[in-house]
Design a protein around this ligand. Structure first.
Ligand code: NOJ
Length: 590
């Protein structure tokens, strides 16, 4: 049966803000916390309950804030600690909650802990990071094993002072903390977690939360990239043997003091059983996770997929990826999330629907309808609500800022030289799945040349503004009833209104193998397979530019049917779905 009072973090919709690209208040070309505060009414109006602020901590910005040099200080261009306190206060004053990014698998190499650790093999923090001796082959020094860092190259970096390598799963400026040491874990709990919960934040999005525990025998990874020295090693550093012990310890020693907070873990590369082991309510390690099945479609991530090898998935794969979480929630005591975008992904309409001018807005509204009807905590990423889409493949590498995209480009260049066709291929991959797609300034208005991202048009944004800001921007969409933004506002209301079916209900996939449409049913929780009692929803989404029939399951055909929402307007909704149209029907007993 539906729960009577589900936690706030189950029924709430979360809006992710990536501060550098959200809103600049002082014309330095970089978004900031006062900029966020100035838009809180906009966010509330959208129908948001929770804000997730991506890292705003002090950082050299090698990985744009995911390389933290001080957990208790703010990156100066983003503002001050007073600004953060004000943000917490103002968010709460509007009845919303605020969660922060918790990046504790690694720090920046500029963090004082690492600066000390690298000095010698005997200093008090000598073991706070993961240090290993070189492997000598024919008198030559090599890294301890063949692991490839997620951003490319070896996962080990040499340090002269210690005559040792340290491990970095991401960039070399992001050394991995040694979670095996209790002292390290206790310092993390206190400095990175309790400090912020004491200041009033409501929880965390936990960065790469399944990477803390590694296979400490550090075996070589299997060779899958035949021509390369360093190999993807995910299975040796994801979901390692001590993960549960540490997550339970964190809950016991630290989080349990703070009541019902949200801990939503980023959980790449994890199958259903692994996810369940983290989020089962009985274990209470994490509230829910952001797993990668949907956003990894077409990327071959775990086999070291190169961006220029990314491809368009088939619609049934998309359905199955979403169904993984839906089925987990339906069949276990676990909770889950729904999302199509974040700061690490290409834009959803470009990847999962279409960004061709004729259908772009329709596609954006159809995707909104689709995910608003799914069970779990819904996450919306800045700009998704206006249908921001990927940048053109004609942009050049000089327009890119993301280390991952720049390394991917250089990797192609390293192997194929200046060949323009290879370079173009590299840029096409980046334009499809590159992270800068999500990091272009939010388009607040059609004002040239910065789309209202900076107060004055003379300021220079830190990253290029999307070419199409005149057609895709907040100001225009607020003024148009049929805009994606207005539709998002409406759908988030419908989602709350039909909470027991949309947010908390059971999902049943109706048309797995259909290549054009995605049809599913939402029923009251626990209704079981087959005929359900009371109200049910039928959600039909046309993922094509062809007309398509509405496929009503036989058992619903003699029930009373009402068209609740059409993403293209109920009035003109005929027998067939229009191109890229989504609909929600309500079925009841006659
Ligand atoms: C996952 C974050 O989402 C991504 O942006 C970052 O680069 C890595 N973790 C490393 O922190």
């Amino acid at each position: 049966m539906a729960e009577n009072t589900p936690s706030w973090w189950k029924t709430g919709t979360c809006y992710q803000i990536w501060p550098a690209s959200y809103k600049d208040s002082n014309d330095d070309g970089i978004g900031d916390i006062p900029g966020v505060i100035s838009t809180l009414d906009y966010i509330k109006e959208l129908g948001i309950d929770i804000i997730w602020l991506s890292p705003m901590y002090d950082s050299p910005q090698k990985d744009y804030g995911y390389d933290i040099s001080d957990y208790q200080a703010i990156y100066p261009p983003f503002g001050t600690m007073d600004d953060m306190d004000e943000l917490i206060k103002q968010t709460h004053a509007r009845g919303m909650r605020l969660i922060l990014d918790l990046v504790i698998n690694h720090t920046s190499d500029q963090h004082k802990w690492f600066q000390e650790s690298k000095q010698s093999r005997t200093n008090p923090k000598a073991e706070w990071y993961i240090w290993r001796d070189a492997r000598m082959v024919n008198g030559e020094r090599h890294p301890p094993n063949n692991w490839r860092a997620i951003f490319g190259g070896s996962a080990w970096e040499w340090v002269e002072e210690r005559q040792q390598y340290y491990l970095h799963i991401f960039a070399k400026e992001q050394p991995d903390l040694n979670w095996e040491l209790e002292e390290v874990r206790l310092a993390i709990y206190k400095e990175a977690i309790e400090f912020w919960l004491d200041r009033g934040v409501d929880g965390f999005r936990v960065d790469t939360c399944n990477l803390y525990s590694k296979d400490v025998s550090f075996p070589n990874a299997d060779v899958v990239l035949l021509e390369e020295q360093y190999q993807p090693a995910f299975k040796h550093f994801e979901n390692g043997p001590r993960m549960h012990e540490w997550l339970q310890e964190k809950r016991r020693l630290c989080l349990s003091k703070y009541g019902d907070i949200l801990m939503v873990g980023e959980c790449p590369g994890s199958d259903r059983e692994t996810v369940l082991s983290y989020v089962s309510a009985a274990r209470n390690e994490l509230s829910c996770v952001l797993d990668f099945d949907v956003v990894d479609l077409g990327t071959n991530r775990t086999s070291g997929g190169k961006k220029h090898h990314s491809y368009r998935h088939q619609l049934p794969e998309f359905k199955l990826a979403l169904a993984k979480t839906q089925d987990l929630i339906r069949t276990t005591d676990a909770w889950g999330t729904v999302f199509l975008e974040n700061h690490d992904q290409g834009r959803s309409i470009s990847r999962f629907a279409t960004d061709t001018p004729q259908y772009r807005e329709a596609a954006s509204k159809m995707l909104a309808l689709c995910i608003c009807a799914l069970t779990g905590t819904l996450f919306v990423y800045q700009g998704q609500e206006i249908g921001m889409y990927n940048h053109s493949a004609d942009w050049t590498i000089d327009d890119m800022r993301d280390i991952d995209s720049i390394n991917a480009y250089n990797d192609v260049k390293h192997r194929y030289g200046d060949d323009p066709v290879w370079n173009k291929k590299a840029m096409r991959g980046i334009a499809t799945v590159g992270r800068d797609n999500a990091r272009l300034p939010v388009q607040w208005s059609g004002e040239a040349p910065n789309a209202g991202f900076t107060p004055s048009p003379d300021a220079k944004p830190w990253i290029r503004v999307h070419d199409d800001y005149k057609n895709v921007n907040v100001a225009d969409q607020l003024g148009r009833k049929d805009s994606p933004l207005r539709f998002w506002q409406r759908m988030l209301k419908v989602r709350s209104q039909y909470r027991d079916l949309m947010i908390l209900g059971d999902f049943e996939l109706h048309d797995l193998y259909e290549q054009d449409t995605f049809t599913f049913i939402k029923k009251p929780k626990g209704a079981g397979a087959g005929a359900a009692t009371g109200q049910e929803l039928l959600v039909v989404c046309n993922f094509s530019e062809r007309e398509n029939p509405v496929d009503v399951p036989a058992r619903l055909r003699d029930r009373k049917k009402e068209l609740l929402v059409s993403s293209l307007g109920e009035e003109a909704a005929g027998k067939y779905l229009r191109p890229w149209e989504g609909r929600v029907y309500l079925f009841e007993e006659k």
